[in-house]
Design a protein around this ligand. Sequence first.
Ligand SMILES: O=C(O)CCC(=O)C(=O)O
Ligand SMILES: [Fe+2]
Length: 366
Amino acid sequence: MATPIQLPIIDISDPLNPAIGKDMLDAAIKYGFFYVHGKGSDFSADAVDSTFDLSKKFFALPKEEKEKCRIRTDNRGWSGMHSEILDPEHQRTGDFKEALNFGEFKDGKLQQPLPPALEPHEGDIQHFTNLCNKTAARVMRLLALGLEIDPDFFVTRHDGSRGSTGCVLRFLYYPSINSPASSSYQHDIDVRAGAHSDYGTITLLFQRPGQPGLEILTADGEWAPVPVWPDASTRGQGKDDFPPILINIGDMLSFWTNGLLKSTIHRVVFPLAERSSSTSSGENAKPQDRYSVVFFCHPLNDCNLVPPVPSRLVAAAAGEEASSQASSSRVGFGGGAGSLKERSSMTAKEYLDLRLSATYGQREEV
Ligand SMILES: O=C(O)CCC(=O)C(=O)O
Ligand SMILES: [Fe+2]
């Protein structure tokens, strides 16, 4: 079985500490993924727990209720089992998951239909989104410090009070391998979420203890499981504890930094230990449903990603890339935005539209 990857865990309680910025940048260059401690972020265990409770409540609703907020081309709403294919080149069946995307709030209101069960919780969803934006700002300040640029370079370009952004909060539900919804699963061809990279600048991922499944594609081309709790010594110290938040770099930030920061391909699987315990009476991990909560952080729609981030490290990376054979043709993996490097201008909105239409071309117009 592949060995779980050990990713750095970073304390973001001081977002103006250049040494931490350097550590974060190193992780973003080497892996494209790192954890941040829950402590020192803007989240409490309660805020995270109650958001997962809400997500469970939503996915348990009858299909007819969820149908009322089915996703359309604005990328907001619910997508059912098998309706997304994140890796169309390799997947036979759509992803073994359900998802619910929340877009922007205007005057405290979401701009999309909500099922009645969630209506009383609109304020809670907004509160959680605000916390995501605050923690994302800490991470972006530290990355800017690592890049030796104005610490607010990214934060001002993501400031939702100045316009619309493509930020999305997403609830995900992957039924366990023993669920009837997973009965058609064939482990040599199917996955819970196909291989992909994320489109935005950074992604925040919240996971639950005992519900693993995320894997990343390492530089050696191997799939490495990413533990929910990376370090046993940080686990379970008091009720205020929750698994560290996993952060990854998206395609836009990779593009914007000339490929210096890595947008790493990842997927979600039924963990091997769970697969074997569903067919034998072994002592392996008991199959579990997996719930995750993801925040895709995007710049303001009109933010131009050309020219690149004004960092000497980015400029140096561009020089290296030009002289190397391995130019980053995989920026924009997933299709739809392959020729980015030839463009003299590309706004965040243009970029996102290209990527979404490649992945979700079949959705109904709003
Ligand atoms: O559920 C997860 O762990 C990852 C989800 C993901 O990668 C995505 O939605 O982009
Ligand atoms: Fe992802």
